[in-house]
Design a binder for this molecule. Structure first.
Ligand SMILES: [Zn+2]
Ligand SMILES: [Zn+2]
Ligand SMILES: [Zn+2]
Ligand SMILES: [Zn+2]
Length: 433
């Protein structure tokens, strides 16, 4: 087995100091191809599929991920689907055609999820389960299902965009910048390790997502919908194109579980998820040598960059929240590229000097948890026994007390628990040491 050629050309083109290695025990993993000084960028990559949790949709920008802590909602939104919000007019305009073409109709169906039509759909799906398994359906709330639907939509849209624009066939511009669906499928999901109860629960979610009723008033039954020529597919039709079987849904969810990144705001709330295919070659350590930054910024004091010059006027303008029209102009490759480039990217920088050939690590979990808790979560959530110095050489870490040891004292932000370079501003909460 060799390294990923897409990844190799990506790192070479961007001069990232990484080589991929392979061993039967560790699989593929990344090492430093040269000595890396503190603070140097090791890798920066764009996501494949971003989704915000339904409950957090008002707090974070659908285009760039900028979030608000000071307000109950970002100023601009799409009033057609009531499901996406924007930090600025520029973020809204940039994504509006793309949103209209690929996302808005599906978001409308997801938004209607708690209505009476959906209650019937939920009951019908539950009845299709064998009687002895029906209790498995009862663990889900409408919100869980909305979150799963939003996550699936993020993947479907990104995959559809790749297919429509033939971006995947344009190696010079595409593979060097954007991850492809093939890169995502190449990741490890450890699917064989999920318990059968959980597998059945995921099949239930798949069943719901494939039969979600349309929120459109014109169509009353799924049969009727299929016969009507419709400019936009319903969520379920779109879903069934990309998630053919419950197994497809389960494998992608396992890939997310193993490789997904939480999008955290500065107050330690997880707003949603993103997959960064190339960043998944970094293994875990509870004493990581890199700082991770998902690029999410606080929109509250943003006076430049994404925000508009006349932002406050735009907000009070009645047109700001106008719903989008039904006419759907084709998107150019340039417009699509601009949307994808605005999505929150993840970057990794050296936390301290890294020697050539050392493994490159970030932490999949909060470093401030106790050793016992870390080992448990890594085993249950990621299916491995952590062999990092903080977990193995207990003596080396000067006697850990409640997850605090010399590593945490030196490299972890006292306010939010994120790893940060000593002396620098914390990338997650903005706190200074
Ligand atoms: Zn934005
Ligand atoms: Zn919309
Ligand atoms: Zn560990
Ligand atoms: Zn912090």
């Amino acid at each position: 087995m060799t390294a990923n050629p897409c990844f190799d050309s990506y790192t070479a083109k961007n001069a990232y100091p990484i080589s991929l290695k392979y061993s039967p025990e560790a699989g593929r993993y990344a090492v430093a191809s040269r000595p890396i000084p503190t603070g140097d960028t090791v890798l920066k990559c764009l996501p494949f599929g971003v989704s915000l949790n339904h409950n957090c949709r008002r707090q974070a920008c659908h285009t760039c991920g900028a979030y608000t802590l000071a307000r109950s909602s970002l100023p601009l939104s799409c009033t057609t689907c009531k499901s996406v919000y924007y930090c600025s007019q520029s973020c809204k305009s940039k994504r509006s055609q793309y949103h209209q073409k690929y996302e808005c109709p599906s978001f409308r169906d997801i938004h209607a999820l708690s209505g009476p039509k959906f209650k019937r759909c939920f009951e019908d799906a539950r009845k299709r389960l064998p009687e002895s398994e029906r209790y498995l359906a009862d663990v889900y709330t409408y919100e869980d299902i909305q979150d799963n639907a939003r996550w699936a939509l993020g993947i479907m849209v990104r995959k559809q965009v790749e297919e429509d624009s033939l971006l995947h066939q344009s190696p010079t511009s595409f593979t060097h910048t954007f991850p492809t669906f093939a890169d995502v499928l190449d990741l490890v999901g450890n699917e064989s390790q999920i318990p059968s109860d959980e597998r059945h629960q995921l099949h239930f979610i798949h069943e719901i997502l494939s039969t979600l009723p349309s929120s459109s008033k014109k169509s009353t039954t799924p049969h009727h919908q299929q016969q009507q020529p419709h400019p936009h597919p319903t969520f379920s039709t779109f879903y069934k194109t990309h998630f053919l079987t419950p197994e497809t849904f389960t494998s992608l969810l396992c890939i997310r579980q193993m490789n997904g990144f939480g999008l955290w705001d500065g107050a330690n709330e997880c707003l949603g998820h993103a997959l960064y295919a190339f960043a998944s070659y970094f293994n875990h350590s509870c004493a990581p040598n890199m700082v991770r930054d998902t690029g999410l910024r606080c929109a509250d004091n943003m006076s430049n960059g994404h925000a508009d010059e006349n932002g406050s006027e735009t907000i009070t303008n009645s047109l700001a929240n106008s719903s989008i029209s039904d006419d759907c102009a084709p998107l150019t490759l340039e417009e699509i590229t601009q949307v994808l480039l605005s999505e929150p990217s993840v970057s990794f920088r050296a936390l301290h000097p890294i020697t050539k050939d050392s493994g490159l690590h970030h932490s999949y979990i909060e470093c401030t948890m106790s050793r016992k808790e870390r080992l448990r979560i890594l085993k249950e959530g990621y299916c491995f026994d952590c062999g990092c110095p903080r977990c193995v050489d207990v003596d080396r870490v000067d006697g850990e007390v409640d997850g605090v040891d010399s590593y945490v004292e030196k490299y972890v932000c006292g306010s939010c628990g994120a790893v940060r370079i000593p002396g620098e501003v914390c990338v997650r909460c903005g706190g200074v040491v």
